[in-house]
Design a protein around this ligand. Structure first.
Ligand SMILES: NC(=O)C1=CN([C@@H]2O[C@H](COP(=O)(O)OP(=O)(O)OC[C@H]3O[C@@H](n4cnc5c(N)ncnc54)[C@H](OP(=O)(O)O)[C@@H]3O)[C@@H](O)[C@H]2O)C=CC1
Ligand SMILES: O=C(O)C1=N[C@H](C(=O)O)C[C@H](O)C1
Length: 243
């Protein structure tokens, strides 16, 4: 049994995590939200799970490093500086960061990597995502994860080969670009489609999340797995046996 502390415990994912921790028969060490003492929660936990806000990340990482506690980071909307902070923390503690903790999305990423690599850049790649009206970041962390998978398959760098937020006279699509489009509305838990389009045919690979328990169960599984790892930065492949 692992004592799991939740950063962002009162949120939509925080509540799903409480249920998933009970279901997996781990212990819920408590939660921290805005204004709470994160160091106290870290001290009471074997491992932390963070589904909150990028603004919380640095203080959370500092507390985990100071106490030598592993952390699973599911928060999205991360920028380069956040990833640099994660890399630095991972030299001291185990850190697992992912835009999506579900089995289905991580399987989809493996399929996208393979398709992008085998089809080549005569096939345009567009990633379309839809989420509930409350989501604050775009494109989603999952869309970025799928974009990274496509870029890996093509052996290109995503940062220099992506197009998003098209509006007005944009010019023609750049050959080899990976495009992103974000839709928001209703209560959608998370839909992602990767479209591979050639001149004469099109492939669409889709994942639809029907509820948040798929993310929560994946995060709890990741927490149990991470508690047994040494310092370093990890993704979901080892947790889900997709390596
Ligand atoms: N990787 C994955 O598989 C998934 C990732 N996510 C990501 O998880 C994050 C949370 O999503 P969701 O639960 O829907 O969001 P919510 O807005 O419902 O919950 C966010 C929670 O984080 C808390 N919070 C905000 N700022 C801080 C802070 N500075 N310190 C501590 N706690 C803070 C909020 O507390 P308060 O209300 O007091 O501000 C709230 O309880 C998002 O980034 C989302 O994209 C979501 C699903 C799956
Ligand atoms: O905010 C959400 O809800 C979700 N966020 C993650 C993301 O940004 O990809 C994962 C999931 O799609 C739900």
């Amino acid at each position: 049994m692992t004592a799991i502390g939740i950063i962002g415990s009162k949120g939509r994912m925080g509540q799903a995590l409480v249920a998933a921790i009970a279901e997996a028969e781990h212990a819920h060490a408590g939660g921290a939200d805005q204004g709470d003492d994160v160091a106290a929660l870290v001290g009471a936990s074997d491992v932390l799970v963070d589904f909150s806000s990028p603004k919380a990340l640095q203080a959370t990482l500092d507390a985990c490093v100071a106490a030598g506690k592993p952390i699973v980071i599911g928060t999205t909307g991360l920028e380069d500086a956040h990833h640099a902070a994660i890399d630095a923390a991972a030299t001291n503690i185990p850190v697992l960061q992912t835009g999506n903790t579900s089995l289905g999305v991580n399987m989809l990423a493996a399929l996208v990597e393979q398709a992008a690599g085998r089809l080549g850049d005569d096939w345009d790649i567009e990633i379309v995502e839809m989420h509930h009206r409350h989501k604050v970041d775009a494109p989603s962390g999952t869309a970025k994860l799928l974009g990274e998978a496509a870029a890996r398959g093509r052996e290109i760098d995503l940062a220099n080969n992506s197009e998003s937020g098209r509006d007005g006279i944009t010019g023609a699509r750049k050959k080899g670009a990976i495009g992103f489009a974000a839709l928001r509305g209703g209560s959608v838990a998370g839909d992602h489609t990767v479209i591979l389009a050639s001149d004469e045919e099109r492939i669409e690979l889709t994942h639809r999340a029907e509820n948040r328990m798929i993310f929560a169960r994946g995060a709890v599984k990741a927490a149990g797995w991470l508690a047994g790892q040494s310092a370093g930065r990890y993704g979901m492949d080892g947790v889900l046996g997709l390596q």
